[in-house]
Write a protein that binds this ligand. Structure first.
Ligand SMILES: Cc1ncc(COP(=O)(O)O)c(C=O)c1O
Length: 366
């Protein structure tokens, strides 16, 4: 008999579910988890205290508009709080934007090795994902613009990008925006922006402030160390903020998350420590791995894409296997079309040294 059960809309069954960074390894070894771009410094103690204090009022619904957090973000960045929308991680905001601006017949462009959630959110909305090739594992503005058609409603750009760690300078992002038709929404995903130390980089605030079709998304999951709380925000033109307010759940951000987010924002010293730690260890790890003969894509984030020889026994799968046997978990990135690479999050000094030592032994073996 033919299957007469409920059928999801076209596109849904084309989605390969997102596989998060693994956290388990061989039994009896404490894992060194460097697979999800989490900060080795953890959250600000002030954020933790605010989170615990919020436990005294769990019977109350949160402020659905997250006003305290929006005001704190507005004060921090000099923004209009009315144009900030908070979400359950920036993932939720990416999904809400797709839900609101994409439907069957529409297209959304992303770069070839762009963050996987763009494709998933696009297919979930019944629209068609369009992949634009990259140059040197970096988004290519001309290639993206060449794929824009009258059906293009969204262009997603992670800047810096995960998993490559590469970025586009502000002038290139401006050029990208300038080449887009007004019906296309440019989503600038700046999840790792706090780590970037380049004069020619800008997270997206300027374009959002001066255009009607740019949104910037940000997260508390990365440098703020609050990934477990699921807290993100978007800065939008007024009309787009209004649309997101209509489609989001009425209480999409929890009260403990709002409290922790406000406290985390106030602790600038903690943020600076995390940025300095990364600024010290990212180049150190990259240089040590290059000394071993491994190719590392230049990164401005808190992670590195490490390329292994194509053939066994020194290929990425063998390296992953060996690292796991030492309790070290990096991220396989075959799902991003990069089967020959592993992505490593910058960890504590001890973690970083252990990875380098393990890979040195791996590269020495014949
Ligand atoms: C580029 C990029 N955007 C968004 C996210 C999602 O972050 P969140 O935890 O805020 O949902 C990630 C997380 O890995 C990411 O790498």
């Amino acid at each position: 008999m033919a299957n007469t059960g409920p059928v999801p809309r076209p596109g849904i069954l084309e989605i390969t579910p997102y596989v998060p960074g693994d956290s388990t390894t061989v039994e009896g070894i404490a894992p060194i988890k460097l697979s999800s771009n989490e900060t080795p410094l953890g959250p600000s103690p002030r954020a933790l205290a605010a989170y615990r204090d919020a436990a005294d009022a769990l019977e109350r619904y949160p402020d659905g508009s997250a006003l305290a957090l929006r005001q704190a973000l507005a004060a921090q960045y000099g923004l209009n709080a009315e144009r900030i929308v908070c979400g359950c991680g920036s993932d939720e905001l990416i999904n809400l934007l797709a839900h609101a601006y994409l439907g069957p017949g529409d297209e959304a462009v992303h770069s070839a090795h762009g963050f996987l959630m763009y494709r998933i959110a696009t297919l979930s909305s019944g629209a068609k994902p369009v992949s634009a090739p990259e140059k040197d594992l970096t988004a290519d503005v001309d290639a993206i613009l060449a794929r824009v058609t009258p059906d293009t409603k969204v262009v997603f750009l992670a800047n810096p990008n995960n998993p490559t760690g590469t970025y586009l300078p502000q002038r290139e992002v401006r050029r990208l925006h300038k080449g887009l038709p007004s019906q296309a929404l440019l989503v600038l995903d700046a999840a790792y922006s706090e780590y970037v130390r380049r004069n020619d980089y800008e997270a997206g605030l300027e374009l959002v402030a001066t255009t009607e079709n740019t949104v910037m998304t940000r997260t508390f999951s990365k440098i703020y160390g609050l990934a477990a709380l699921r807290l993100g925000w978007a800065y939008c033109p007024a009309a787009i903020a209004d649309v997101l307010q209509r489609v989001r759940g009425p209480f999409n951000v929890t009260a403990p998350s709002i409290a922790a987010g406000v406290a985390a924002l106030a602790d600038r010293a903690h943020l600076e420590r995390a940025a300095l730690h990364n600024a010290k260890w990212l180049p150190w790890v990259a240089a040590e791995l290059e000394k071993l003969g491994l190719m590392v894509t230049p990164s401005v984030g808190n992670f590195l894409l490490i390329h292994f020889p194509a053939a066994a026994p020194k290929d990425a799968a063998s390296a992953d296997h060996m690292l796991r046997s030492c309790g070290i978990i990096l991220r396989r990135v075959g799902a991003y079309g990069l089967p020959g690479a592993l992505r490593m999050t910058i960890g504590t000094e001890d973690d970083n040294r252990k990875v380098v030592a393990a890979l040195a032994a791996f590269m020495r073996r014949s």
